[in-house]
Design a protein around this ligand. Structure first.
Ligand SMILES: Nc1ncnc2c1ncn2[C@@H]1O[C@H](COP(=O)(O)OP(=O)(O)O)[C@@H](O)[C@H]1O
Ligand SMILES: [Mg+2]
Length: 267
């Protein structure tokens, strides 16, 4: 596996499908996604038949109001949660001929992955950036990034690769202007710096896909713009496919394509 910092031009994303010139199959595809949360005896339907295709290298923004199910959708795409299966009978009729509740990455249905393969999907195929960073407060900046490699390789595999992993993490953090922060803890950083660390962590394992959940939602406007610039730069440099969810039209407009999540569906 080549390890490239996002500032260096990356080779094309791995595992291509189709011949050159053939219409590209989506790298990430969702069909008829349903998700209903159960709160006590009350059902809260959140996703009601979401369809979404994301092409390789594309940046898609999912725009939706607060509570519309954006985070839920992103968690499903990232394999952090599973869609309801099967879809309700009425929906199955409406979507006749389609398998219900399918998420496919590079043509493979996530539901058909073994637990081990799903772990690999989560740690190697997608990087996740959250609104509230989700850094580990007791770890230093460098460790907050290398931990992604520890999850990927396990304790012993990590120990064997430690020098290489740390070099990669340092290069990533350097590309986000954080070389002077390696030994700091998250509490000592600004919001923008924390989110840069979180982005570096998301990129640690060179995933082809970045999933970003309101990545600037907790930042002031100027800092948010700077973070979006860095995300855009990284996206080009690393050839990333990106899904970013946001409630902000202006932020969504930075993507190649904007889709709306309303009434549990993508329009
Ligand atoms: N784990 C959960 N259990 C119960 N309800 C949830 C859970 N997660 C989200 N919800 C509810 O589902 C709806 C959509 O949530 P979410 O996906 O977080 O929306 P968004 O990210 O667009 O604000 C909200 O009404 C929220 O309260
Ligand atoms: Mg959310």
């Amino acid at each position: 596996m080549t390890r490239t910092a996002p500032t260096t031009p990356a080779s094309p994303a791995p595992a291509t499908n189709g011949a050159p010139g053939a219409p590209a199959a989506p790298l990430l595809s969702a069909r008829s996604l349903y998700k209903t949360y159960r709160l006590g005896r009350v059902d809260v339907p959140v996703l009601r038949g979401v369809d979404l295709d994301v092409r390789r290298g594309e940046w898609v923004a999912v725009l939706g109001a607060s509570g519309s199910g954006k985070s839920t959708l992103l968690h499903l795409l990232g394999g952090l949660d599973r869609p309801d299966r099967p879809a309700p009978p009425s929906a199955a009729r409406a979507e006749s001929g389609r398998p219900a509740g399918r998420i496919a990455f590079d043509g493979r249905d996530l539901a058909e992955l073994s637990a081990r393969e799903l772990d690999r999907y989560r740690s190697e195929s997608v990087g996740f950036v959250f609104q509230f960073y989700h850094l580990l407060p007791e770890l230093r900046v460098l460790e907050n990034v290398t931990i992604a490699a520890m999850v990927r390789y396990g304790r012993f595999g990590f120990a064997r690769r430690r020098a290489e992993v740390e070099d990669h993490a340092k290069a990533l953090l350097g590309s986000f202007g954080l070389s002077h922060r390696l030994g700091h803890r998250p509490a000592e950083l600004s919001g923008g710096e924390r989110q840069r660390v979180a982005i570096a962590r998301a990129l640690m394992n060179d995933p082809p896909v970045l999933l970003a959940d309101e990545p600037t939602g907790n930042l002031d406007h100027a800092t948010g713009e700077a973070i979006l610039d860095e995300i855009a730069r990284t996206r080009y440099a690393a050839g990333l496919t990106m899904v970013m969810v946001t409630h902000d039209r202006e932020i969504a407009a930075r993507a190649d394509r904007v889709v709306r999540l309303t009434d549990g569906r993508v329009a």
